[in-house]
Design a protein around this ligand. Sequence first.
Ligand code: HEM
Length: 441
Amino acid sequence: MSGATTDRSNQSESPRVSRRGLFGSALVAAGAATAGAVAGRVTASGENTSRTVDFHGAQQAGIATTAQSHALFLSCDLARRDRGVLRDLLAAWTETAVALTAGDRVPDKPDSAPGFSDHTDFATGLDPARLTITFGLGPSVFDEWSGLTDRRPRHLATLPEFTGDQLRPGWTGGDIMAQICSDDPQIVSHAFRALRARMPGLGNLRWTQHGFLSRPVDGGTPRNMFGHKDGTANPRIGSAAFDEAVWVNAPEEPEWFHGGTYLVFRKIRMSTAEWDQLSRPEQDRIIGRRRDDGSPLNGTAETDPVDLDARAANGEPVIPADAHVRLVHGIPMLRRGYSYDYGTLVATSASQAEANAESVPEHTHPAGTEPDHTHSGHAQLDAGLLFAAYMNNPPEQFVKAQRLLSGSDRLNTVVQHTGSAIFAMPPGIAVGQPIGVGLGL
Ligand code: HEM
């Protein structure tokens, strides 16, 4: 059962029934709320101010949703490897996510002391700005301890090691994940804190990653940190190609997981300083597309088909043998990643040396580790791509692609994979159900 795909963001933004008047605006009922639809609120002046994406539906929101401009990926480990803890965390997070995505107040925990709230509602008065919260389960959830081994998604296993991997243990894996996306970064931060408030006794934070993605004014493909349009070859939301690449419906997969998908997450650092020193034609040869307009080197427009057989007058392939798109062309997946830029901890210029010495007290690092207790050591910029790709057959999609890339992609000279995780993203739920309801926890 893969169900019809809905672009949860691109649907009509005409005013719809809204569930709650958090913003003190007049609500206009204009049609039934569809699963995954974007709902709007209308102010007294008639302006449509609020956009919510329905949490409920056949598939989880936040996948077939046009990417919002801010994201936070959160990975946590269960406080105890105990099925009750897993059940309680998923139930608590579902309750929180349902409220937040609808623009409602987060319910206080039943055991909150009178007058105290588990979290500070610093999003009051803000528009949810298409907030989606999407949950995933790591391979460890289906180990012996849970009694769920017979329900393990077929391809849910830690990713193999790839040539050139420089994974930091602190940025890998996790039992449970949440992808929080919204067009407002404060909404993202608030949702994170609200989920975190439900974790004590149930889960321990493992890692978080924050990203951004700005869409050009013409609504076209966003650019990555190297300046190229990134996402051109993605299957279109709502198309048969999207459904075929993303949603699980293979008979070999456990029934409960049909309508779900897999998320492959990689933190990829991009050496922007080195990149900036390459000529533009060189950059274009590394990718196989032009930075300027996204056109393949064999064509003139972004939408022109990639022609791997095209040859220049001298007989050389127009798209070089080690170009990124040549290596992975035609491997289908939904790349829904975000850029990140964590900056540097300290500057290295001589004039700053003294100030740095004062602001960063002398300290040591554990033997055998790099000084990476920030994002990338003390003085290096950590910027790049939070690669987040949705697919229904990771061995035939991500693993196949990354094996090809890690062997010979010229892009490897300017990128490093430093974090990695895979999660099974359960199907969507109906009102009143917890995420992962089909597991029968
Ligand atoms: C920082 C690392 C990366 C950068 C800067 C990057 C950049 C790009 C760019 C600019 C394109 C062309 C435009 C498009 O079709 O979206 C592209 C295409 C693509 N990339 Fe990447 N990419 C990166 C990592 C990866 C990884 C790790 C994978 C998967 C293992 C991957 C898989 C793909 C695929 C499947 C395509 C479409 C190829 C086609 O069918 O023509 N990329 N990438």
